[in-house]
Design a protein around this ligand. Sequence first.
Ligand code: ZN
Length: 176
Amino acid sequence: DPGHGGPDPGAIGIGGIRETDVVLDVSKKVKDLLAEKGIKVRLTRNKEIDLDLPPRVSFANRTDADIFVSIHANASRGKRRDINGLETFYYSGWRGRLLAKKIQKQIIRVSPGSPDRGVRQGRYFVIRNTRMPAVLVEIGFLTGKLDARRLEKSIHRKRIAYAIAKGIIEYLSKAG
Ligand code: ZN
């Protein structure tokens, strides 16, 4: 689930970098990587469209997905350039928590120097209302100097996508 889209660009970071663009690119790459491994992936959106939260959830529930992964990038209050870091949220259950842990571990590995904000419980709509293990990944702060500089590069987005895919594969081999 690439967050935001269309008229809702999500976070706007340093140099005008937009969350919607970054997370769509990363999500498509995750999809390709998982597809190569024979894992079926359906994106809630694959272009710049306006997509509300309830349709994302009903799509996931309707397709009877095994897991739900929402991909986002952060912005700090006051757009502080010194705030960087990655974090992964789950809402409930050991499966959601395990999936979050697997993904968080991998995305941190490809983001040296950026703080590990950890695995946390969150009440975001899309992870609260999906019926399968669900997580929301924040792949860095677009307002942070370190994270923004990385996330604007295709090579780093590829690394992040690879890390998310790896975490998902690890989870599926344990809990699947
Ligand atoms: Zn977001």
